[in-house]
Design a protein around this ligand. Structure first.
Ligand code: FRU
Length: 487
């Protein structure tokens, strides 16, 4: 199955339409991707795996694990497909999971998805590799099966193992649910092969129906637990997608095997961010995620472009005074070209010479002490624009793609109808700092020091690369813009 998939990819990848492919975001050679998996650093390079259907641009097929590597997290090299759904225990998909390096060996842990007499069963499985390219599935898989589930826990929704090592012991988090509650379970192991159920790591009756893709990292000042939740209850502004990326800061008590967690917060307040995975590299905690969302129409797939799905620009996570900060990985700056710097006092609407493009980094520092509303519109052409707006009168920032070229349809349970997201926001000293990354069909916005981010897709006609600035009242502006060229 693996060889057949690689042959198919090699023969057909050139037939995909690159129109909406990011210049510097990871996309598959052909076919569908969703979650990033097994994000790791092995033998001097980053490796990323991903939920993959090479044969079509939808997820209507059992998932493989696609695979790529990179020295800097920006320029990726595709590698042979790593895992195929070729065993009885994963016949309906090698679902999401994580990686751990022990000694010279790279271990992958993933969920085997299969139907047993019409009933879905999910188990946890392992595969390993010494060259980082060819993987062997462990002969005694599954390493955790339904018999290791506590009473009442769903065997149909039991997935996405996240494995780490602390003081010589291995831990695994697995997302699941029981009637009326979503939860993540903790398992422990001394050797990665035998696993014991320890506890419900965290459980809630008020935080969605099922939790997926758990992550845990120690950020020093505090610890971070992140997960993806189906049907997380919406607030006035928060969690407006039907599927949400959630995190909580707190502490993991290894005795009881539980996470003492603060409030649940949204990892990214955009329309297209899900299933993040965090790589712990000591000083650096690096996050990637699927830059898309369940329950939507998938534009490149509908247009017959032969591929669908990408990953975010990887981000560094840190904590300052109890607030989680997200920053783009510094390596992206190596690809900045053609810098333009503008200073202006803006009233009304304006475009600036040299400030345009659809694969750019834009840093905007705006003194809004004498203005009420300030907007940056990107992907502009006749009648088409995507807006990022700070409205001081409302105390909010918003992302609005309702005037983009192609409307994305959405799950009817979504609050924002896949068009607009807003969040309360008050820039320090009336100085709004925006870092915007545009990449053909995506917009990632970092606010301030990265205390708030918004990640969304926006599909527009060829040539929609205008960038416009508007101010109600006078805004003192500094604009720094570079093209991002990976080549
Ligand atoms: C999250 C998810 C995971 C699952 C995978 C299947 O997006 O639903 O829980 O393992 O996608 O592709």
């Amino acid at each position: 199955m693996l060889e057949e998939a690689d042959r198919y990819i090699a023969e057909n990848a050139s037939k995909t339409d690159p129109m909406y492919r990011g210049e510097y975001h990871f996309t598959p050679p052909i076919g569908w991707i969703n979650d990033p998996n097994g994000f790791t650093y092995f033998q001097g390079e980053y490796h990323i795996f991903y939920q993959y259907n090479p044969y079509g641009s939808t997820n209507a097929a059992p998932m493989f694990w696609g695979h790529a590597k990179s020295k800097d997290l920006i320029r990726w090299t595709h590698l042979p497909v790593a895992l195929a759904p070729d065993r009885s225990y994963d016949a309906d998909g090698c679902w999401s999971g994580s990686a751990i390096v022990v000694g010279e060996r790279l271990y992958l842990f993933y969920t085997g998805n299969y139907d047993r007499d019409g009933v879905r069963v999910q188990t946890q499985n392992m595969a390993y590799s010494d060259d980082g390219i060819h993987f062997t599935k462990y002969e005694n898989n599954p390493v955790i099966g339904p018999e290791q589930l506590p009473e009442g826990t769903s065997a149909a929704d039991f997935r996405d193992p996240y494995v780490w090592e602390q003081d010589g012991k291995y831990y695994m988090l697995i997302g699941t649910m029981e009637t009326g509650a979503a939860k993540v379970q903790l398992y422990e192991s001394d050797d990665l092969f035998g696993w014991r159920y320890k506890s419900d790591f965290l459980r809630s009756e008020e935080a969605g129906y099922c939790w997926e893709c758990p992550n845990y990292v120690d950020l020093g000042e505090t610890e971070l637990f992140a997960f993806s939740a189906v049907d997380f209850p919406a607030g006035d502004y928060t969690f407006h997608n039907y599927n949400s990326s959630v995190y909580a800061l707190g502490g993991f008590d290894r005795e009881s095997g539980t996470m003492k967690a603060g409030p649940f917060l949204e990892m990214d307040a955009g329309l297209d961010f899900y299933a993040e995975q965090i790589l712990d590299r000591g000083e650096q905690k690096i996050m990637t995620a699927w830059m898309n969302m369940w329950g939507r129409s998938y534009v490149t797939s509908q247009l017959g472009h032969g591929w669908s799905g990408s990953l975010i620009l990887p981000r560094l996570l840190s904590v300052k005074d109890g607030t989680l900060l997200q920053k783009p990985v510094p390596a992206i700056a190596e690809y900045y070209k053609n810098e333009v710097r503008i200073e202006d006092r803006l009233s009304g609407t304006k475009e600036y010479e040299g400030v345009s493009g659809s694969a750019v980094h834009l840093k905007v520092t705006a003194d809004v002490s004498a203005s009420d509303v300030f907007s940056v519109s990107v992907f502009c052409a006749d009648g088409v624009h995507t807006d990022i707006t700070y409205d001081k009168t409302k105390g909010t920032i918003s992302f609005d793609r309702s005037k983009s070229g192609i409307a994305v349809s959405y799950d009817r349970r979504e609050r924002s109808k896949a068009r607009v997201r807003s969040m309360p926001y008050a820039p320090e000293n009336d100085t709004l700092v925006l870092e915007i990354f545009l990449d053909r069909s995506s917009v990632e916005v970092f606010f301030g020091e990265g205390e708030l981010t918004m990640t969304s897709l926006s599909y527009n006609p060829v040539g929609a690369d205008g960038i416009r600035f508007s101010s109600v009242g006078e805004t003192a502006l500094v604009i720094e813009k570079q093209d991002i060229i990976v080549g």
